[in-house]
Design a protein. Sequence first.
Length: 358
Amino acid sequence: MEITPFALERWFAEHEADNLMLAESGIRPLAPGRFDLVPEGMGYVIPTNGSPELRDRIGERYGRGADEVLLTCGTQEANFVTLAALMGEHAVVVTPTYQSLHALPEAFGSVTRVELDAADGWGLDPDAVAEAVRPETAVVVVNNPNNPTGRVHGAATVEAVYEIAADAGAYLLCDEVYRPLADAGTAPPPAASLGPYGVSTCGLSKGYGLAGLRLGWLAGPPEVVEAAWQWKDYTTISPPAVSHRVAEQVLDPETEATVLAENRALAAENRERVDEFVTEHGLDWSDPPAGVNAFVEAPEGFYGGRSFCERAVAEADVVLAPGEAFDQPEQFRLGFGSEPAHLEEGLSRLDAFLDRHA
């Protein structure tokens, strides 16, 4: 088993410490003072799969019970243990996407990629998924809303892809970590609610502003949850007690509604500001309807996304995410989930940088 170096994380490790970040992929952090951070104990007081009460509360949003939910240390671990449990000889992965969603199955077997159509607003064609599925396909992997484009695949598309996977006896794994930021009325149904072959992963990082807690989950059929739990016994064992305590509070229905309303409003405000910026500079972008990420086409005069991002760091002290980290060398990813003043400072620096290179 060989794992590919994580290009985006290595890029951040090299540049994020001393520069202004406009590549963060989540909403701004919530203030710790909003929560009681003291758990009842700091020992092994939490079941390794999470407390039944919290799992039951999470399961309700998928129409599933507590035994069909596994708590993890972030969505990243949820994806890892799910893919470790499900992956056989072959997977179909919709790209561009967060690197781990194709690198992990590639470490276990072979992968066929289905590319989103940039000319169609980064849309997903279910027929392309059907053509990629093989008799030995074990899992189809989708990220919805999509990172890096912010594209939301609607209910008809998600349901069509689910039926394709189910007909082949394969599971649909949908990373839905940005789904909490989608408007409740327009968000497509989560994969885990679609039937016995649907698996959803999510967490508190991107939509809730609680990335430092590293609290995530997967929801799906009991056999998948049980198999993933077997893997988790060899990784982090149990969720952190402090993170579990905060999750109990933020996922209280009233608190959750308040937090997500605040975060959606911030995302919408910042998106309008980014729209003004890219329009002013004549840049094409993915015009995301949800989430806090956008793909922006690298300006003319640069040798692709990485060239542009390297110059932006060197001359403007602004960190963006090169499109090469998503196998899209003509793009860069811009994150706009920060506080408005932080975003404004970063765009101001980029504005001066672009004017110098006009």
